[in-house]
Design a protein around this ligand. Structure first.
Ligand SMILES: [Zn+2]
Length: 395
């Protein structure tokens, strides 16, 4: 058993703070949580105290691509590298990216698109203790149309029968959920533009039904307003990007769809990287507001937001969730709310509410210790002092 303590502890959700708080870790699990004074006398516990620091649950990055090379100079190079790399190369790269994320305090990653189920096998190796890494939730190759967004990952399907077969194939690969590219995207040459739908509502319904038959939730990549509306109507569980695009530079936020998302608990993961400041600076203010204003707009309508960065895309690294989270504060969210989103809210949205995302007895010992107090500035989340993933200290 080991006792980890710091000057303050944020067990989650927002509003909770224990001065001089401590977590007693027994193997992979949390055995007890409380003031250090109460827990320090437990026998056989080695004690590590972090003065000036905050102890909180490990962070969650709910939208990454572990097989993508974030150091590629542009998306064409990135696509070419993924297409031509061997499985072994992609596997090694994914393992390294997972390790980078873990060292930065991320103890749960959702991979939103790989090739050949590589991240499902990595998930199993990490869970078995063969490799250091965060808990992984994986989708395998995303479903897309022939020559569509990210077709090169192997999930293209042109007919109803092919769509069903891709869901079954991913289920056989051992994925945790199904990802479907409901709209076009930005990185695939020759594919539909972001605002255009790739699948209609009936096709999306078919995907959700086939996935549910195998106990798998569905994440829909959807930039276009029509794609978001159809995906939500079809019963998907999360909407990725949720950009409300209707044309080049055109945005129409659909309040009725947002209300349905809020009512049904469909969460949005806008997948914004740490490059948000550079992007905002490069845009006219009204355009920047059209793009990023959707985050507070969704939150005001009661849509749950989960945190993700699309790490793996060019210049979107795996080890700077904190930098990406500063966007929310820039948009007017309180830092404490942002911490809650990156832990408790995201865990619950991914079906992990009784596994991680809070510090409570019986949950996995996913712990982050950072300098300072992230409630006064989320940049503190980047000042990592210690990370424990399922009880294992990260070296
Ligand atoms: Zn993505």
């Amino acid at each position: 058993m080991k006792l980890i303590s710091a000057d303050r502890m944020l067990p989650g959700p927002a509003g909770d703070c224990v001065d001089d708080g401590a977590v007693l870790v027994d193997g992979a699990r949390i055995a007890a949580v409380g003031p250090r004074e109460q827990l320090r006398h437990r026998e056989h516990a080695e004690h590590e105290h972090f003065p000036g620091a905050t102890l909180l649950p490990g962070l969650i990055n709910a939208h990454v691509h572990l097989v993508f090379d974030d150091t590629a100079p542009d998306s064409a190079t990135l696509v070419e590298r993924v297409r031509t790399a061997s499985d072994d190369e992609l596997r090694a790269q994914a393992a390294e990216h997972a390790r980078q994320a873990l060292r930065s305090g991320v103890t749960t990653l959702r991979d939103c698109g790989d090739r050949g189920g590589i991240t499902a096998r990595l998930r199993d190796d990490i869970a078995a203790g063969h490799l250091p890494g965060p808990r992984l939730i994986t989708t395998g190759p995303p479903l897309t149309v022939p020559a569509g967004h990210c077709w090169f990952l192997g999930g293209a399907a042109g007919t109803d029968a092919e769509l069903r077969e891709q869901v079954r194939r991913n289920a056989r690969l051992g994925v945790d959920m199904i990802k479907v590219m409901a709209s076009g995207g930005q990185i695939t040459p020759g594919s539909a533009p972001s605002w255009q739908s790739q699948f209609d509502r009936d096709r999306l319904r078919l995907v959700v039904a086939e996935a549910e038959h195998r106990g798998l939730p569905v994440a829909a990549h959807a930039h276009g307003t029509t794609a978001i509306r159809d995906a939500v109507a079809a019963g998907v569980h999360t909407v990725e990007h949720c950009s409300w695009m209707t044309g080049p530079g055109e945005v129409h936020r659909d309040a009725a769809t947002a209300a349905e998302m809020a009512a049904r608990g469909v969460h949005a993961c806008t997948a914004s990287s740490r490059n948000w400041r550079r992007i905002i600076d490069s845009l006219p203010p009204e355009v920047a507001d059209r793009v990023y204003g959707r985050l507070p707009w969704l939150a005001e309508r009661g849509v749950g937001l989960i945190t993700g960065t699309d790490a793996g895309l060019p210049s979107s690294p795996f080890d700077d969730l904190a930098g990406a989270l500063e966007l929310y504060v820039h948009l007017g969210f309180t830092a404490e709310h942002v911490v809650e989103m990156a832990t408790t809210t995201s865990a619950a949205a991914l079906g992990l509410g009784e596994v991680t995302g809070r510090l409570a007895p019986g949950l996995d010992a996913d712990l982050l210790v950072v300098d300072g107090d992230p409630r006064t500035g989320v940049a503190a989340l980047g000042a990592v002092r210690a990370v424990l993933a399922r009880g294992a200290a990260v070296g």
